[in-house]
Ligand binder design. Structure first.
Ligand code: ATP
Length: 434
């Protein structure tokens, strides 16, 4: 028997929760606690990986989980059994769309696996494809019910993070599941003051409320997002809870990194469920439709695309309404099944001057009136006439500036990079330390 810890085991878990309860992050947390009791610690922070935001069977944010442990050959079976036992015990098997999947993979992640993971963010896979892929890479896979979770579980162990953030998730005691969360709001605002912009998206600035609690009966009490594990832990320690916290866990994640965004794709080549960033020009002014959604059209010279700021994006729609034909933008967003781009953020690169045409002013200071077709203008006050004059072109002041604009916290996709991470340069620092 080999008692040296020479086997690197990657564990991937997905699709254990439903709208009625559970959370795969919590399941991962309790598995890691159990392993800790046995003296087995993960090599790094567990990972919470968000995949294609348009995946049809997602519960909320299409997240999958993974962690890596170094093991002796005897420990491999022990760890695998614990993981499977916990999934069997805690997954929400009653959920119609809960189809857990677990992956065990020994060794180093390969380029082929990294590519699989990237495409799981960009496009949609079938369970059969994932199963074939698991066989090809020599991974062990376990499907519960339909086992759709293997799609995400493989991606979670395989993805390479070129930018990353951290989320500290605090969990409730089971007795409190489904009840109103008892948090001290003031402490959350204080935490934000002390840690922003290293933490972000924890307060909805527009509605001025704490945005760290989920609104579902899941085990999560709150989640705090930030750039480093230290800052999310500090923030966690500043938040006061009036209910007991069972445990907390810090996850390394691709949330808030724009990892779902594909660049350099022309509008003519964009496909539904793909997310893109592209330069374009407004070719049809924004207009409101029933339900409070705002639409407009853009072109990049290869085709025309309809873009939308939907009702939940609230005041972001007011910015969108200010756009005019000719404005040059860089848009970030995802194409829904109707081939409409759901905007996440945009940058105004150039503001197209807009003009209004007015009748000339009379010497007496009064605005002149038309004297009839091709008859020039006449002053209604002093009756002076101008026979050959044209209307005067006057610029309209544009109440908007060049720069980035984004949807509010509450309407933001997990993967969408907040502007604050761009302006502070946090997205460029992938510290080796983590
Ligand atoms: P939560 O955010 O609470 O963790 P969720 O939104 O992550 O929930 P899941 O319960 O994980 O939802 O369900 C998502 C399902 O979609 C999983 O079975 C996952 O394997 C699958 N999936 C993930 N990415 C893709 C993809 N690119 N194509 C097809 N299916 C996918």
């Amino acid at each position: 028997m080999n008692s040296e810890k020479s086997i690197k085991l990657h564990v991937g878990i997905d699709d254990t929760d439903s709208a009625e309860g559970m959370c795969t992050t919590y399941l991962t947390c309790i598995i890691l606690r159990k392993l800790e009791e046995l003296g087995i610690k993960p090599l790094d922070y567990p990972r919470l990986i968000r995949l294609n935001p348009f995946a049809r069977y997602k519960t909320r944010g299409n997240g999958a989980l993974s962690f890596v442990v170094n093991l002796t050959s005897e420990e491999v079976e022990l760890v695998e059994n614990i993981v499977l036992e916990y999934v069997e015990k805690y997954a929400m098997f009653d959920g119609i769309n809960t189809n857990p999947g677990v992956i065990f993979y020994e060794g180093e992640v390969t380029e082929e696996m990294r590519q699989y993971a990237k495409s799981a963010i960009y496009s949609i896979y079938t369970i059969e494809y994932a199963e074939e892929f698991a066989k090809k890479i020599g991974a062990k896979y376990h499907k519960f019910k339909k086992g759709r979770g293997i799609i995400g579980a493989i991606a979670a162990i395989s993805i390479e993070l070129t930018d990353q953030t951290f989320e500290c998730l605090a969990y409730r005691i089971p007795e409190n599941y489904g009840t109103k969360r008892q948090l001290d709001d003031e402490s959350i605002f204080y935490m934000n003051e002390q840690t922003y912009p290293e933490t972000f998206d924890n307060i909805d600035i527009e509605e001025n409320y704490a945005a760290i609690e989920p609104h579902t009966p899941c085990p999560v009490l709150y989640g705090i997002r930030g750039n480093t594990p230290e800052i999310v832990e500090k923030a966690h320690n500043l938040v006061k809870s009036y209910e007991e916290i069972q445990d907390y866990c810090i996850f390394k994640t691709n949330q808030h990194t724009d990892m779902h965004i594909q660049y350099n794709v022309k509008i003519k080549d964009m496909v539904n469920t793909g997310c893109y960033s592209f330069d374009c020009q407004v070719i049809q002014a924004p207009y409101d439709i029933e339900g409070g959604h705002v639409f407009f059209k853009v072109s990049d010279g290869t085709d025309v695309l309809e873009c939308a700021a939907f009702e939940p994006t609230k005041s972001f729609r007011d910015i969108v309404r200010k756009l005019c034909v000719g404005d040059k933008l860089t848009i970030y967003g995802g194409l829904n099944d109707n081939h409409t781009l759901n905007i996440e953020k945009f940058k105004i690169n150039e503001i197209e001057p807009q003009y209004t045409y007015k009748n000339p002013l009379c010497e007496c200071g009064k605005r002149m009136k038309s004297a009839g077709k091709n008859k020039g203008f006449k002053c209604p006050k002093c009756s002076k006439r101008l026979r050959d004059a044209d209307k005067i072109k006057e610029p309209i002041s544009r109440d908007i500036e060049c720069g980035f604009y984004e949807v509010p916290t509450e309407a933001r996709r997990h993967l969408a990079k907040p502007i604050i991470r761009i302006t502070t340069g946090a997205d460029k620092i992938l510290s080796k330390k983590y």
